[in-house]
Design a protein around this ligand. Sequence first.
Ligand SMILES: CC(C)(COP(=O)(O)OP(=O)(O)OC[C@H]1O[C@@H](n2cnc3c(N)ncnc32)[C@H](O)[C@@H]1OP(=O)(O)O)[C@@H](O)C(=O)NCCC(=O)NCCS
Length: 178
Amino acid sequence: MLRGTKVGLRARHDEDIPVLRTELYDDVVNGSRAESAAWRPITPGSKDPRLFVDDTEPGRVPFSVVALEGGTLLGTATLWGIDNHSRSAHIGLGLLPACRGQGYGTDVVAVLCHYGFVVRGLHRLQIETLADNHAMLRSAERNGFVREGVLRSSAWVMGEFLDEVLLGLLAQEWKPKA
Ligand SMILES: CC(C)(COP(=O)(O)OP(=O)(O)OC[C@H]1O[C@@H](n2cnc3c(N)ncnc32)[C@H](O)[C@@H]1OP(=O)(O)O)[C@@H](O)C(=O)NCCC(=O)NCCS
C-alpha cells in the first residue's frame, strides 16, 4: 500500500465495489462532472471499468483510497494515460461525499505524485478539471501543480458547456512532503 499522511492507496477490494457504485457512480451530477462522457448507470455484477480493475491494462492504475487510521474506504484514485515514451501520465480522484473537505484530496494528490515520479519514474503529471472545481484546483496547487491553460467550453455537463483547467507538474518541480 502507498501511504500519505492521512490516506493509503491500495488495490480495489470486492467489498469496495457496492460502496463506490452507490455513493460515487450512481450520483448523476457527480458522475457527469467527473467523467468526460455521459452518465450511465452501472449494473450490479457488471464488469464496468469504472469499478472493476483490469490488472493487465498497462496504461491505467486504479487504487482505492482508505483512511490510514481505521482503514475505512474514502474513494478512488487513478494514474491513467501512462505514456512510457514521453514519461507522462494523468491523475484523477473521487472521494465519497462524506469524506470531502477534510484534507484527504490534497494528500491523495501527494501520494499519486510519489507513485508517478518515484515508483514509475515519470517526468510529467497532468490534471484536467472543471474550472469551478475549486477543491480539485486547490488540492493540485497545494502539491505544486501549475495552471497551464484553460480549455474553453470543453466539457458538456448537465445541460451546459463548462471550461476545464489543465494543470501540470514536472518531476524537477515536485517537492515531496517530508
Ligand atoms: C476534488 C476532491 C478530490 C478534493 O478533495 P477534498 O478532500 O475535498 O479537498 P481538501 O479537503 O484536500 O481541500 C483542498 C483545498 O480545497 C479547499 N476546498 C475544499 N472543498 C472546497 C469547496 N467545496 N469549495 C472551495 N474550496 C474547497 C480546501 O479549503 C483546501 O484549500 P486550502 O488548502 O487552501 O485549505 C473532492 O472534493 C472530490 O472528490 N470531489 C468530487 C469528485 C471530483 O471533483 N473529482 C475531481 C475530478 S477532476
